[in-house]
Write a protein that binds this ligand. Structure first.
Ligand code: SF4
Length: 467
């Protein structure tokens, strides 16, 4: 190839890369899903009587070879961060949490009584809210109950999300004693001015103490959540936070962009629009954090996770068995996810279910001896096909669409109409397509959901980015 051709190719690639933030802006404006599931939770509908009886029948079926996962939602916090987008409420009186704890023990019993035979619980994940809103002894009792009633397997992962500023040494010791193997700390930012702007003040020393307490208690795996796009952040500020985070040697990090939706989350109105970066500046912040983490030797995982090269998530990514779920990315292969706690989402053979979001509705179900499931989505054959393609793309950055169509008993050309949209995106540098195999190149990693949206049956999203 002549030097001229090479120069022209390099120029075209540089042009394409320089346009990526613009594409990102367009994707952001369309509010594309992050595809932690497909279809996404907004497609869930209220469960009717027929749906309920079909669900009960599926649930009771014996699957002696199937391992379970469970997600436990603790919907309480001791403070309200202004950027929060979670289902939670602030409590200052432990009586409310104690009542929740009594009810959730009943829910564990209900699920255990209704599930058919299974191979035990291989992954248990506590999220919220802040699970450390529970008293240490209540955490131990809840893990014991789950372990006992859902048969926690030896070597199972027990992961807990934590608010590090408010986590006591007693709680860390309880987590260790209860068998917690992994803690995810919501660090977000170490910058004191940004912390003040989001109402989440937690000095570096406090986070370092939390990490030290957890490790001393035997919780050896530590994850951090970091954020960009928060008020007052700049590329330098997020890079400093990443550098500080690395001094505490986390095994994994997840890096999320702040979503400012004050019309949905009223408390976000405390964050002033003028303190927020525009879309192009958000891209620079994400890139600055990425550069620090990659330079330090962390491996990029999927859309927004990073891990040490020897971490199980990095091994799963390398081995092609990484999975996408509501907690982000996982190496957990379980197809059954049991939802515990208000608003929790579960997955069973037939599709997704979601527990009642309102705590009183959730509580009333248990008082009546009913499972608190309120919404569901029964997966069609088309949903399963598209879900497989989207999941592989979001995990591997590449997918053989023709092969997946054939594995679902279809002609390899079944999604050629969707592929035509992908080919159009390839002109923007978002993907490469050859023989129905798609690949998202490294510079477009942060835009993989734009490519994934081409396979979303919601046609409004398929054409989300103007080409
Ligand atoms: S600790 Fe987490 S869940 Fe609780 S208010 Fe803050 S961001 Fe939301």
């Amino acid at each position: 190839m002549s030097n001229d051709v090479l120069t022209n190719q390099a120029r075209a690639e540089t042009d394409r890369e320089s346009r990526l933030p613009e594409v990102w802006a367009s994707a952001a404006a369309q509010k594309l899903p992050r595809y932690t599931s497909y279809p996404t939770a907004r497609a869930f509908a209220p469960m009717d009587d027929r749906g309920r009886s079909e669900f009960d029948a599926t649930l009771g079926r014996d699957r002696p070879d199937h391992r379970l996962s469970a997600y436990v939602h603790v919907p309480f916090c001791q403070r309200l961060c202004w950027y929060c987008g979670c289902h939670t409420s602030v409590v200052h009186d432990y009586a409310r949490v104690a009542a929740f704890h009594r009810t959730i023990l009943k829910e564990v019993d209900l699920w255990a009584d209704r599930l058919g035979e299974h191979a035990g619980l291989a992954h248990l994940h506590f999220g919220g809210g802040s699970p450390n809103a529970l008293a240490p002894e209540d955490l131990i009792q809840l893990i014991d109950r789950l372990s006992d009633r859902l048969s926690l397997r030896p070597g199972a992962e027990v992961a807990v999300e934590l608010d590090p500023a408010l986590m006591s040494t007693d709680f860390a010791q309880a987590a260790g004693a209860a068998g917690v193997t992994r803690a995810s700390l919501g660090v977000q930012t170490f910058d004191p001015d940004v912390q003040a702007l989001i109402n989440r003040v937690q000095p570096y020393e406090r986070v370092a103490q939390a990490v030290s307490d957890l490790r001393a208690a035997g919780v050896s795996a530590i994850n951090f959540d970091l954020m960009y796009g928060l008020p007052g952040q700049s590329p330098d500020i997020v890079a400093d936070t990443a550098e500080q985070a690395l001094t505490l040697r986390p095994d994994r990090l997840a890096v999320f962009g702040y979503a400012h939706v004050p019309w949905m989350k009223k408390h976000q109105a405390m964050i002033r629009d003028r303190d927020l970066a525009d879309v192009a500046a958000r891209w620079e912040q994400a890139a600055a954090m990425d550069a620090v983490l990659v330079e330090a030797g962390y491996v990029r995982i999927g859309l927004d996770h990073y891990a040490r090269p020897d971490d199980a998530l990095a091994l799963a990514a390398r081995g092609g068995y990484l999975r996408r779920n509501f907690q982000g990315y996982t190496d957990d292969p379980a197809d059954v996810l049991v939802p515990v706690g208000p608003s929790s989402i579960g997955r069973f053979e037939g599709g997704y279910v979601q527990n009642a979001v309102a705590q009183n509705v959730w509580r009333d179900a248990m008082a009546d001896g009913r499972l608190p499931v309120g919404r569901q989505l029964v997966l069609s054959a088309g949903d399963r096909l598209r879900a497989d393609i989207i999941e592989r793309l979001m995990c591997d950055l590449q997918v053989d669409v023709g092969a997946i169509c054939q594995s679902h008993g279809l002609d390899g050309r079944a999604l050629d109409a969707e592929l035509a949209n992908v080919v159009a995106l390839s002109r923007l540098g978002l993907c490469e397509v050859q023989d129905r195999v798609l690949r998202v190149p490294e510079p477009a990693r942060r835009l993989m959901r734009v490519v994934a949206a081409c396979f979303d049956a919601d046609t409004d999203l398929q054409g989300a980015v103007a080409v």
